[in-house]
Write a protein that binds this ligand. Structure first.
Ligand SMILES: [Mn+2]
Length: 413
């Protein structure tokens, strides 16, 4: 185990295995093309930060901009070529080292590394000498992917171009042991970050005090990019689900909603907890908190292979409906959706909202979140509790079980 988490990488055999699993799903004589992408331009010569397309990363372990993967499924075997841009001393002077062929090969386990300059010629050559279909990721929206699709359309309009994204989703939904191990570390670190944030929450502090305490805890391990923008929402700000401007001041009596996640070796955690500013929950806050906890228990008890997320969601809604009626907030004919604003689960992996095949039944080694939320506008109380859960052979394991989840854990005398 690495002691400093930013050095964590997944092994080349993980990426090789992913490519093999993908190829096994395809007909013989097909061509797969995937690109890493290009950072979007902000303005003039400035770009937004670059992150490689997550499916490209899943198959290569490479974060280099403007790279491409070509996989050819022949009858008995498959060929793989990874194209990376030529190193450019002037560019590297500004933005640091570009990946070498040796580094690309070591990270991906792909023996054949070529210059990106030769990519389109290689595709052209394959298409001219084969009749098979070409698979690209229709869901990729980066400029390099758009250019590739357009080029295929312009130069090979008669060739069948097919969408790879359903196959990528099917693969990425089933987590491999190395991914789960990295996720456990990301979750553990997220728990430490939540504790650090909770420690600075008090009336008079700002939301960004907790926000920066969380980030600082991750930075101690060299983890500088969170899995997604951290949400710290005090009081009525918790009624905005993605409150991303943590400038609010924390007032006495407020609850502070944290929805945060670290990523380790690219694998995300996604955890939500609620901290009372004064160290105590009011009666109304307690009622909503325990209802949300009940919804979580409904979900935990249902998660197992063959269940669909939609079924779990409906059951949680029913738990919420019953509780809201008891509290007098909802009448029998009212809509629970007035309080239960979002679905309970999403898949989690290299993307925080990971690729999925719509409402496919759960399978062992899928990882989903359990995040029921109940939002009571008239009380100015919104509570969401979120844990990350691994589907096992006959139930589930709560990967974030060690992160305190009960009201008593966050009550201070
Ligand atoms: Mn989530």
């Amino acid at each position: 185990m690495c002691d400093i988490l930013f050095r964590e990488v997944l092994s080349s055999s993980f990426f090789m295995h992913n490519r093999q699993r993908l190829m096994q799903q395809l007909d013989a004589q097909s061509l797969i093309l995937l690109v890493s992408g290009k950072a979007p331009v902000k303005s003039a010569d400035e770009c937004f930060p670059f992150f490689a397309n997550r499916s490209f990363y899943y198959l290569t372990g490479i974060e280099q901009e403007e790279s491409a993967l070509m996989l050819v499924n022949a009858d008995e075997s498959f060929e793989e070529i990874l194209f990376v841009p030529d190193r450019d001393a002037l560019k590297e002077r500004w933005t640091g080292g570009m990946i070498s062929h040796e580094e690309a090969s070591a990270a991906s386990g792909c023996p054949d590394i070529a210059s990106m300059e030769t990519f389109y010629a290689a595709v052209e050559k394959w298409i001219k000498s084969h009749t098979g279909d070409v698979f690209i990721d229709f869901s990729a929206s980066n400029q390099q992917a758009v250019d590739l699709k357009q080029w295929l359309g312009n130069h090979h309009e008669k060739r069948r171009i097919r969408d790879l994204s359903p196959m990528l989703a099917a693969l990425r939904m089933i987590k491999q042991p190395e991914e789960i191990a990295a996720m456990r570390k990301a979750i553990h670190l997220t728990g430490e970050g939540i504790q650090a944030a909770a420690d600075v929450i008090r009336p008079g502090a700002y939301e960004f005090d907790a926000w920066s305490a969380f980030k600082a805890k991750l930075a101690e391990q060299g983890i500088l990019d969170t899995a997604f923008p951290s949400i710290v929402a005090a009081g009525k700000n918790s009624l905005c689900l993605h409150h991303m401007k943590p400038y609010g001041v924390i007032s006495p009596g407020d609850l502070v909603q944290l929805d945060v996640g670290a990523a380790v070796a690219g694998v995300c955690a996604d955890i939500s907890r609620v901290i009372p500013a004064d160290g105590v929950f009011t009666e109304k806050q307690k009622q909503i908190y325990s209802l949300v906890r009940q919804c979580q228990e409904t979900a935990f008890s249902m998660i197992r292979p063959d269940r669909c997320i939609s079924e779990i969601n409906l059951a949680c809604q029913e738990t919420a409906r019953g509780g809201l009626i008891k509290l007098g907030l909802l009448d029998e004919l009212g809509s629970v959706k007035d309080y239960f604003w979002h679905s309970v689960s999403h898949h989690l992996g290299f993307d925080v909202h990971d690729l999925k095949t719509k409402d496919m039944p759960l399978r062992p080694n899928m990882v989903i979140t359990v995040e029921p939320g109940v939002y009571v506008e008239q009380w100015q109380v919104g509570i969401r509790l979120e844990d990350d859960v691994l589907v096992t052979e006959n139930g589930c394991e709560i990967l974030s079980a060690d992160i305190p989840r009960e009201m008593t854990d966050y009550t201070r005398c």
